[in-house]
Ligand binder design. Structure first.
Ligand code: MEV
Length: 434
């Protein structure tokens, strides 16, 4: 069955019903959902084996982003996130984009650099020449450290030597580029860095320093683009043309001001991190790489920009994204495995394109809201639910209390408690009267 990510009215269903709908749309057996998400997916015994000093398991909401169409195919993207409105906003933006044909994405080969710092280097240029002259030996030595990766078609690809700082620093760095295939690559690349450090020091007549990957994996970039017919951006109060102009102005604001760029990029990372976390990937690595890349020209810049082109608004996102679909957390976390299956990702590069697509959808949603009604209207309606739950509302009372708070314009714990006490009393007296 061809996957569809378009499931109208999805949010109105119960959680069980939604699982059934996603299972149907993604060819996952319904029982896999129940098994994978029981007790938040990860049990305390397994957790205790994976990190230290475990005292419990901490769970977060697991949701489905709908309507995503990327490179001509439908994707139901998994998101794990605690912030209200991000999932709804990304799904809504993806629905708008699919009307113009959907997102297009492409990605580089999965290259990550192993960095070997060499110290006490008196003649940096000579040291560089000696290391480069031994390139094939270094690549072979690196490959010997990761036979499994080489068997899967990956391995060391290139050696780059850079002289760092002033002559008084006496420091060079050797970057060995490694094709990590479907792995995120941190362990593989670190193993290579440690395996070849000694030989590099001999070749450069140097002392070996740090041996570790770089999270600024700018050779493993992903690019996403969308072109939205302006009329699709219209809101109840504004024309699509005006919203598109506001979004372009908002993009320029981020291009000109790092203070705004940080918030702009936070909105993009709302989408990306949620997919990264859902699929058991290392979001700290992703964040480090994204922000270092945003600052690559010496000034912090937006990762996505928007321009009007004819009757369309065009968005373009580019960032480094090192994700894996094998190893790591996926080995132990059943929900992460299920989320990956649900995404339909064909490999690590495909997963990176999906995550970046959700990032661009999140950015579109934020900019559209900021260019029209402002962010608080939609946000507060959803936030009201969290406040209602905190005040003690359960089941259908959550929606009822949240809606009443929005009507009254008072979204506070106190307000929620007052409404809850009042409605519970009304329901109680109605039941007594019956
Ligand atoms: C909130 O989580 C994200 C936004 O601030 C992003 C933005 O301002 O572009 C709404």
């Amino acid at each position: 069955m061809a996957r569809t990510s378009r499931i109208p009215g999805f949010f109105k269903h119960s959680v069980d019903e939604r699982r059934r709908l996603v299972a149907e749309a993604t060819d996952i057996a319904p029982h896999e959902f129940d098994a994978a998400s029981a007790r938040g997916g990860l049990d305390v015994g397994t957790s205790d084996k994976s990190v230290e000093n475990v005292i419990g398991v901490y769970t977060l909401p697991f949701a489905a982003t709908l309507n995503v169409r990327m490179n001509g195919r439908d994707v139901i993207a998994p998101m794990v996130i605690e912030e209200p409105s991000v999932v709804a906003a990304a799904s809504n933006a993806a629905r708008i984009v699919r009307q113009g044909g959907g997102f297009t994405a492409d990605a580089d080969e999965p290259i990550v650099a192993a960095q070997i710092q060499l110290l006490d280097v008196d003649a940096p240029e000579e040291a560089r020449a000696c290391v480069l002259a031994a390139k094939s030996e270094i690549l072979a030595l690196a490959d010997r450290a990761v036979p499994g990766l080489v068997a899967r078609g990956g391995g060391a690809r290139d050696v780059v030597v850079r002289v760092l700082g002033e002559p008084s620093d006496r420091m060079i760095v050797v970057d060995v580029h490694v094709d990590c295939r479907d792995a995120m690559g941190a362990n593989l690349v670190n193993s290579i860095a440690e395996a070849i450090g000694g030989r590099l020091a001999e070749l450069a007549h140097a002392r070996v320093g740090f041996r570790i990957l770089s999270n600024l994996c700018d050779r493993r970039r992903v690019r996403v683009r969308c072109s939205v017919p302006m009329e699709q951006l219209a809101t109840d109060n504004m024309s699509g043309v005006d919203v598109a102009r506001g979004m372009e102005e908002g993009s320029r604001f981020a291009e000109l001001d790092p203070y705004r760029a940080a918030t702009h990029n936070k909105g993009i990372m709302n989408g990306i991190d949620a997919v990264v976390i859902a699929t058991g990937n290392d979001w700290r690595a992703v964040e480090a790489g994204a922000h270092a890349y945003a600052a690559r020209e010496g000034r912090y810049q937006p990762l996505a920009i928007w321009r009007r082109e004819g009757a369309h608004l065009v968005g373009k996102l580019e960032l480094p994204l090192a994700l894996g679909v094998v190893g790591g957390t996926l080995r132990i976390h059943p929900t992460a495995r299920l989320a990956l299956k649900m995404s339909g990702a064909q490999g690590a590069t495909d997963l990176a394109m999906i995550a970046a697509t959700v990032g661009l959808a999140s950015n579109l949603a934020a900019l559209r809201a900021l260019a029209s009604d402002g962010i608080q209207r939609g946000h507060m309606a959803l936030h009201a639910r969290t406040v209602a739950i905190a005040a003690g509302a359960a089941n259908e009372m959550v929606e009822r209390v949240a809606e009443r708070m929005v009507e009254l314009g008072d979204i506070s714990l106190e307000g929620a408690r007052r409404i809850l006490a009042h409605d519970t009393a009304v329901i109680g007296s109605a039941a007594t009267a019956e």
